[in-house]
Design a protein around this ligand. Structure first.
Ligand SMILES: NC(=O)c1ccc[n+]([C@@H]2O[C@H](COP(=O)([O-])OP(=O)(O)OC[C@H]3O[C@@H](n4cnc5c(N)ncnc54)[C@H](OP(=O)(O)O)[C@@H]3O)[C@@H](O)[C@H]2O)c1
Length: 297
């Protein structure tokens, strides 16, 4: 099976390239980074995406194309809407058309950053609330992809894992803070359904095999606030949680005026389509622990 990962240097992309190493996998990124093998990664010019990818796809014809490219920093998206829309929406839209041209199964990674309504979980049909440019540009992408390519799956998710790149992922920051006994603040009123990047990667292959199209939530089956998550991680990894402080994220505070807070995802649609239960929070932390032990011991 031939799989193209667009954005192979990112948290999700770099892990998918490794996870799919038994397949014929190629990564396409704007640079080489140490977290993705140079043999697998191809540096391309994203301003000329169609021509750049055609050079590979005309002969190679991937079965699956996965778009993981995004500007995930809320701040950067707020600073420059056009730049955010170009990366989060226009690139996704172009890749959805390219996927159609090559008859490839298109997987677009979207977001859970659509809800701020105090509900615990949200189905794919729940009304979306756009709080910021990140959410707006990710939602723009969903609409474009639906217009361009009916053979696409749009995956709403919350991912967690090891980036092993230039910047730390949230989980890497959490672990290093716990290990070093740094004082950290974690929010009690910011709720997500995190799934490990590798568990998500396995689910994506199952979606391809079942030829699932449309919008699907693929996430943990449970919802947790960031503080409780931090405490569970500390317990699992054997670190003291005495320097972990619970705080409330104030909606009115100037540094976080535009964040959606209740991002929990309802996973019943994907569970029913795949006839498989999504992981609990405990299972997600167990998966991350096993990955950590594999790499570090
Ligand atoms: N992280 C989360 O908590 C989270 C939660 C929900 C959904 N998601 C979604 O999951 C997907 C993957 O996220 P992630 O955390 O893996 O993101 P990430 O680590 O920031 O990786 C994003 C990828 O996009 C690339 N990229 C950024 N700007 C680019 C540009 N101007 N031109 C070309 N490539 C560019 C990055 O390349 P460089 O390495 O060169 O910067 C990297 O390969 C995204 O669609 C995101 O919206 C993430």
């Amino acid at each position: 099976m031939k799989i193209a990962i667009i954005g192979g240097t990112g948290l999700l992309g770099s892990n998918l390239v490794k996870l799919y190493s038994n397949y014929d996998v190629k990564s396409f990124s704007r640079v080489h980074l140490n977290n993705v093998s140079r043999i697998k990664n191809n540096v391309i010019n994203f301003d000329d995406l169609s021509n750049e990818l055609s050079e590979f796809f005309d002969a190679w014809k991937p079965h699956i194309i996965i778009n993981t490219v995004a500007i995930v920093s809320l701040q950067k998206c707020e600073e420059n809407y056009d730049m955010a829309n170009n990366i989060n929406c226009n690139i996704a839209s172009k890749i959805s058309k390219i996927s159609k041209k090559y008859n490839s199964y298109f997987i677009h990674i979207s977001t859970d950053h659509y809800y701020d309504d105090q509900l615990i979980t949200h189905t794919e049909l729940q009304r979306v609330t756009i709080k910021n440019n990140y959410a707006q540009t990710k939602y723009n992408a969903e609409k474009e992809i639906k217009k361009n390519n009916k053979k696409a799956i749009i995956v709403r998710t919350n991912i967690i894992g090891f980036r092993r790149g230039l910047s730390e992922s949230f989980f890497e920051w959490l672990l290093s803070s716990l290990r070093n006994q740094n004082t950290i603040n974690l929010y009690t009123n910011f709720y997500t359904s995190p799934i490990s990047v590798n568990h998500l990667g396995k689910m994506l292959i199952k979606c391809y095999k079942k030829k699932l199209y449309g919008t699907y939530n693929i996430a943990s089956s449970e919802v947790i606030d960031k503080f409780s998550f931090g405490i569970k991680v500390a317990n699992k990894f054997g670190y003291s949680a005495e320097n972990v402080t619970s705080i409330e994220l104030k909606k009115s505070s100037s540094d976080n005026p535009l964040r959606a807070l209740t991002l929990g995802l309802d996973v019943s649609k994907i569970e029913s389509a795949l006839q498989e239960k999504m992981p609990t929070i405990e299972k997600t932390i167990e998966n991350l622990y096993c990955e950590y032990v594999d790499v570090n011991e």
